[in-house]
Design a protein around this ligand. Structure first.
Ligand SMILES: [Zn+2]
Length: 119
């Protein structure tokens, strides 16, 4: 995929809500830390730098969706993020909207296209 930097930024802006929901999902399931979530998102085709991810995590914490604490792991301090009590409710509301949008987006999705690129 060849994208100009400007185009790349536009697309990332488009995906930012999906990325937040993905983070919230894992924060609810098992808790996340910066590098771990960068790898997890990369596995799904989202390339985020620490410079983008950490402010995103902090903004989600500020909004009361995540809470964090420092944990010592292998001699290194790692900041772990977990969902707050508000997180699951916010996520389930968003899931209803994603489900609705999914129906709209894929209503006439041509079958011949087969499996699309995983995002
Ligand atoms: Zn995931």
């Amino acid at each position: 995929m060849h994208l100009t930097e400007e185009k790349y930024w536009d697309e990332r802006d488009l995906y930012s809500g999906l990325i937040r929901l993905h983070i919230l999902h894992h924060a609810e399931e098992e808790g996340v830390f910066g590098l771990g979530i960068i790898e997890e998102l990369a596995r799904h085709g989202y390339k985020l730098s620490p410079g983008t991810l950490y402010p995103l995590l902090r903004s989600m914490e500020k909004k009361g969706l995540l809470r964090s604490h420092e944990k010592l792991k292998g001699g290194k301090i790692r900041r772990m993020y977990r969902s707050t009590a508000r997180g699951p409710h916010a996520l389930s509301m968003a899931k209803e909207k994603v489900y609705e949008l999914f129906g709209v987006l894929f209503e006439n999705w041509p079958k011949r296209r087969g499996r699309g690129k995983r995002i």
